[in-house]
Design a protein around this ligand. Structure first.
Ligand SMILES: [Zn+2]
Length: 145
């Protein structure tokens, strides 16, 4: 079973929420390959996690962590169609993947109860994108940027 469709909802409400799970996720760069579809989780909407669905384009250096990352294409990204993300930011959509499902379930268990009484689309503020198109998780953001 694949997760529900990941369409970016309109005008999410920002509710800055710490995410202790993604930074400690143990996933290798080689877990992903070009051509696959992944989602970068962004928050909670209507009792489900939501995020931006992206296609993996090519290996690319992730400068915020100084580690191997992946160039991503977001068809609805507008000016930020192409970004580079760290492997631990990514969850497989294009294939049933136990490793990614474990992470997805852990995120659901942690964050769905927190917003159970909220009707609106919540953006938990986990990610920002730098001017150079690098996707940065809050935990990887350096001071002075
Ligand atoms: Zn996976």
């Amino acid at each position: 079973m694949l997760p529900p469709p990941w369409t970016p909802p309109p005008a999410p409400v920002l509710a800055l929420t710490p995410d202790p799970l993604t930074p400690i996720r143990d996933i290798t760069h080689a877990h992903f390959q070009a051509g696959e579809t992944v989602v970068v989780l962004k928050g909670v909407a209507g009792g489900e996690l939501w995020g931006d669905a992206m296609r993996i384009v090519a290996p690319s250096w992730h400068t915020p962590t100084d580690e191997d990352g992946w160039r991503l294409r977001d068809p609805t990204g507008g000016a930020q169609t192409y970004t580079t993300g760290h492997p631990r930011y990514l969850v497989h959509l294009s294939r049933r993947c136990p490793d990614c499902l474990i992470h997805l379930r852990a995120m659901e268990d942690t964050f769905l109860p927190r917003f159970a009484d909220r009707e609106e689309v919540i953006d938990c503020g986990w990610y920002t994108t730098t001017a150079l198109g690098q996707l940065v998780h809050l935990a990887d953001a350096r001071g002075g940027r």
